[in-house]
Design a protein around this ligand. Structure first.
Ligand SMILES: [Zn+2]
Length: 207
């Protein structure tokens, strides 16, 4: 019994350590107008994976994210969706999309996606990439009305994109960025916080 309690305790502590940075992520607030994105995103995500699909009319960032959430929220596998667009003031104008699918626990970038993202990002100073993936409903989602909890692995991937030298250079000159979003339990969060482990690692490196 002691052993069981210890194992349960470890699970709760590790889940809390994963959930803690989520408090500092930013929730995306949708408005009814963003439902404009539902149809075109659904249309594109029903087409073959790993191929760039062009939207007939461009979508603003929250329209695109609303479409991604609507399409994926009841699925039991993860989708990774990259919106290819251009920074425009505080929003992104999304013109194309490429996606791939994973399983119930994970989804990974494919070579075709990486190539499309790299080519797009290199094409223009304002080129911006919206990276969205969903988490299928879990036991936490069934018990609590929680907003998305990015895993430590999600945050490691986010940091890899953000730490690219071409991305850092663009940040300093108001160029397009890589933006990372997770959909879960009917909500979308903009993931922009390090994991607890990454945070302590950075502190150690500063010393
Ligand atoms: Zn994830």
């Amino acid at each position: 019994m002691d052993q069981l309690l210890k194992i349960l305790g470890d699970i709760v502590v590790s889940k809390m350590a994963e959930a803690a940075p989520s408090l500092y992520d930013t929730a995306v607030h949708f408005r009814p107008i963003n439902e404009y994105g539902v149809r075109p995103v659904r249309h594109a995500l029903l087409k073959p994976a790993n191929v760039v699909q062009k939207f007939r009319a461009h979508l603003f960032r929250n329209d695109f994210l609303c479409g991604c959430l609507d399409f994926t929220q009841d699925l039991n596998i993860e989708y990774l969706v990259a919106g290819l667009g251009y920074k425009s003031g505080k929003t992104t104008i999304v013109k194309e999309v490429i996606y791939t699918t994973g399983n119930a626990e994970a989804v990974n970038f494919t070579p075709q996606m990486l190539k499309a993202i790299d080519e797009h990002y290199a094409s223009d100073h304002k080129a911006e990439v919206i990276l969205f993936h969903n988490h299928p409903k879990s036991w936490i989602g069934h018990c609590f009305d929680n907003t998305p909890i990015a895993s430590d692995q999600d945050r490691a991937v986010m940091l890899q994109w953000k730490a690219r030298s071409d991305h850092l250079a663009r940040l300093l000159s108001n160029g397009g960025r890589f933006l990372f979003f997770v959909g879960e339990n009917g909500y979308v969060n903009h993931i922009n916080t390090l994991s607890v482990a990454q945070f302590f690692q950075m502190l150690r490196e500063l010393q």
